[in-house]
Design a protein around this ligand. Structure first.
Ligand SMILES: CC(C)(COP(=O)(O)OP(=O)(O)OC[C@H]1O[C@@H](n2cnc3c(N)ncnc32)[C@H](O)[C@@H]1OP(=O)(O)O)[C@@H](O)C(=O)NCCC(=O)NCCS
Length: 198
């Protein structure tokens, strides 16, 4: 049995509100990061205010699974990923992810973290589907999500207005059988035989 919290490039760690708030205070200074992440006006909150907000979010214990992202080597906090179970009965969750510094984008960290969280969602929590929202101008994110196995399921046309242009909000999702098929394909591509999998 592999380590649930270790990928090929990154590891998932506990959400430490103090460490995360200091990182967020820094990441927030890049308005592009916030414009890729959500549809709120970018804000410049103090680390203290961010910490209070994170602590409040963490109180929503049994439906929210929040992780910090670190590269396999070292203690540099590079991002977060968060699974929010919206309905246990039907096995549904939403996921959100962010790698804070531009220098860390496009290096495979986000896809690796997403794959770990999907494994956690399907294998550990027994969920059936994971959904996310992404803006049409965030092509890097869309590509990363496709690599992790998500497909585009819907499009809210013109949902965003930024710099005088309207953009769409895409809804992407992945189902447990799709994820399982992907695991099987990856195992075979690595030279394994189906009958040896456990
Ligand atoms: C979205 C995010 C999590 C993706 O993680 P990442 O580590 O940067 O992504 P990866 O390196 O794993 O994969 C990115 C893929 O997009 C491709 N890509 C990069 N820029 C691209 C662009 N402008 N257009 C299309 N594809 C692009 C990369 O080449 C790579 O694909 P490849 O492996 O086939 O070459 C990360 O970039 C991030 O957090 N960005 C800022 C905040 C954000 O957008 N959050 C998500 C909100 S929905």
């Amino acid at each position: 049995m592999g380590n649930l919290f270790r990928g090929e490039l990154i590891r998932l760690a506990a959400m430490d509100a103090e460490k995360m708030s200091k990182a967020w205070e820094h990441w927030n200074r890049d308005a592009l990061f916030r414009r890729l992440l959500d549809n709120e006006p970018p804000t410049l909150w103090s680390a203290r205010k961010i910490q209070q907000w994170i602590e409040k979010e963490l109180e929503r214990g049994d439906q929210r699974f929040s992780f910090s992202i670190y590269p396999l080597e070292g203690e540099r906090l590079i991002g977060f990923v968060e699974l929010n179970v919206t309905n246990w009965q039907h096995g549904n969750a939403w996921v959100g992810i962010g790698i804070g510094n531009r220098e860390d984008w496009g290096k495979g960290y986000g896809t690796d973290a997403m794959r770990l969280v999907l494994r956690y969602a399907f294998d550990e929590l027994g969920l059936y589907r994971v959904t996310l929202g992404v803006f049409s101008y965030n092509q890097r994110a869309i590509r990363s999500y496709q690599k992790a196995g998500f497909v585009v399921e819907g499009r809210e046309r013109g949902a965003l207005s930024r710099d005088g242009e309207r953009s769409d909000m895409l809804v992407m999702g992945i189902l447990r059988p799709e994820w399982e098929a992907q695991q099987g394909a990856m195992y075979k591509a690595a030279g394994g035989r189906d009958e040896d999998r456990n």
